[in-house]
Design a protein around this ligand. Structure first.
Ligand SMILES: C[S@@+](CC[C@H](N)C(=O)[O-])C[C@H]1O[C@@H](n2cnc3c(N)ncnc32)[C@H](O)[C@@H]1O
Length: 219
């Protein structure tokens, strides 16, 4: 296989995780008590200042990787403040050129960052979650965002959620998880008309993968 061709997701799951509802129920009732790391608190404070200084409506680009989507979204929505968040310093530090004035990139772990943002009553107008790590092994369900205890905090932020993936089961499960939480989500194949929003989107599209797009208005 040439280096530029990306493999399809391989999973030992063919159906949504059978204990999905049980896990979500547990996350609703058992408090998630993992302490918030200092570096995430500092990153969040930095982000608060940037957001306040801009003063416009917020677009959150969670798991932004190298921040290509953050840049493109900032151009597409010039009146918004677009904040890309990723935990990988290596990805964030890749130089893709100057950031637009209405964009910023922050290094933080979203497990903490989303909880801080929800507690501070952040309300992004749009929330992008583009090609999150699929964690396709069944035993890793808890690593998928909808299988993680922080999912409810992510939803507390509200806004128009958009999740894209090349693994259909990921968004089928997310749609079920959202339904459990009382949110109706639309799930469609994604046919790219514009340039890819992210490097992973480009890689998967060039490799002939089917792409999927889940959208939900969360209030
Ligand atoms: C498959 S990459 C996709 C990156 C980008 N959205 C794209 O499509 O090119 C997934 C990204 O999620 C980030 N990520 C995974 N777990 C995270 C977490 N807990 N907090 C912040 N970022 C996380 C990784 O560092 C990685 O950059």
């Amino acid at each position: 296989m040439p280096a530029s061709v990306s493999r399809q997701v391989i999973s030992n799951q063919t159906q949504p995780y059978e204990k999905l509802t049980e896990v979500l129920q547990r996350h609703q009732t058992v408090p998630f008590q993992k302490p918030i790391a200092d570096f995430n608190r500092q990153a969040f404070e930095e982000a608060q200042v940037l957001l306040a200084n801009h003063g416009g409506p917020l677009i959150l680009d969670s798991c932004c990787g190298v921040g290509q989507s953050t840049r493109l979204l900032a151009k597409r929505y010039p009146k918004h403040f677009v904040l890309g968040v990723d935990r990988s310093a290596d990805r964030l530090e890749r130089k893709l050129g100057k950031l637009p004035e209405n964009a910023a990139l922050i290094r933080a772990d979203l497990v903490d960052f989303w909880r801080l943002a929800a507690a501070a009553a952040w309300r992004p107008e749009y929330h992008f979650l583009l090609y999150p790590n699929p964690s396709p092994k069944k035993k890793d369900f808890k690593l998928r965002w909808h299988g993680h205890p922080v999912f409810k905090d992510m939803l507390a932020l509200g806004g128009r959620l958009e999740c894209r993936t090349n693994w259909q089961l990921y968004v089928v499960e997310m749609q079920q998880a959202l339904k459990f939480m009382g949110v109706v989500a639309d799930l469609q194949p994604l046919h790219l008309v514009d340039e890819p929003l992210t490097p992973f989107e480009r890689k998967y599209a060039n490799s002939g993968h089917d792409l999927w797009q889940l959208t939900a208005q969360i209030n």
